[in-house]
Design a protein around this ligand. Sequence first.
Ligand SMILES: Cc1ncc(COP(=O)(O)O)c(C=O)c1O
Length: 431
Amino acid sequence: MTGPRTRELLAREAAHLAPGATDEAEAGGRVFATGAGSVLTDVDGHEYLDFAAGTLTQSLGHCHPDVVAALTRQAGRLWNVHDSATEDRAALGELLSALLPEHLDTYAYFSTGAEVVEAALRVVAAVAEPGRNRIGALRNGFHGKTMGARMLVHWDIGHQSFAGNSILGYSPYCYRCPLGLTYPSCETRCADLVVKHVATKPQISALVFEPVLGAGGVIVPPPGYWEKIAQACRDNGVLLVADEVLTGGGRTGAFLACTWLGVEPDLVLLAKGLGSGFPFAVLAGRSDLLRSPEAAAAGSTASTFGGNPLGIAVALATLTVLDRDDLIARAAALGDRLAAGLAELRERHPMIGDVRGAGLLFGLEFVRDRETREPAPDLARAVYRAALDAGLRTALGGHILRLAPPFTLTDDELAQGLERLDRALRQVGPC
Ligand SMILES: Cc1ncc(COP(=O)(O)O)c(C=O)c1O
């Protein structure tokens, strides 16, 4: 339930706030005041376990003391010197090279996910062989709201679709297979079609993809899907550009989702999990690509806020803690327990059609009926609201609720989160 201070603030800002908020903010109607670890507190003093980790940004929880100290220290020293080097930048590059696969040893720094997607598209365009003037992408993918990112997937959250020059392949959406097939008897036919229509087309320069599709509903590929596509891209000179803005930094139980999926990308994009909520993004790539004269024109990686000293300091502190405290292993272990808890909830609540995930990233798909699988966005929204009232924040998108808590979640908080979700589910629908 919302309190009086929340209602007063929302009424006040309504006079000036442009519409267009997410479903999540709109349906939630909360005004948050503070965050500490996995717990958010609103302006009326109500507490919430944050199983959405900010915007899947708070892998270390809210306001981790080491990150706050690094940001505060930097805030008293220096904020912006364009893209000139600062004290922490060399150390950040060294740490990234220790965490990423060996071949991804060259980095450029940006501020947001969409910005780093655009940077990758510029690199691809710069190095592409003549005639390779189209890009491959996946249905249900999401890469941000700038024109280049929207052009990739022909759809956009909140806007009319925008037709671009990409060629789309099927994502591995087994629960709603676009081909009407079932895994494993399908033998990943969707991947064969991506190979045929994208990976082997001579006009394609790169395939831009989310290894696990996040905004599209946490679509986790079955074994075989990426193996086929990645191999075909390799054999045909199509660059693999992994958008790990959401999955990167340990969210799926490995620093890169590509690693456990066995994909060796040429470029990787990282953002959410790197900056603890501070805007920061990294384009990581093969040295020969990022240092090629075509891609490395003067100023090509610079922008006003890209790689600013505050972001660098925050990312260095975030990754240092992630590494020092072995938090990715913790995410994987917590993820196993969350998976078991969610599977148990699915047993008891027929409105949950599907539960899927990897590491600490899960999607719950709400359906009207398990037979027809008709999507039920009203149920997802009702559960989202009831969960907030029970003290649990999740991420709402259409008929899907995503759960992605901080890696620092305690065992007790995990159990409480599941209990609160169960309470919300029981409130919305009969078991
Ligand atoms: C995979 C992926 N790429 C890119 C973006 C865009 O990031 P931003 O919102 O920081 O522009 C998002 C945002 O959710 C994302 O999930």
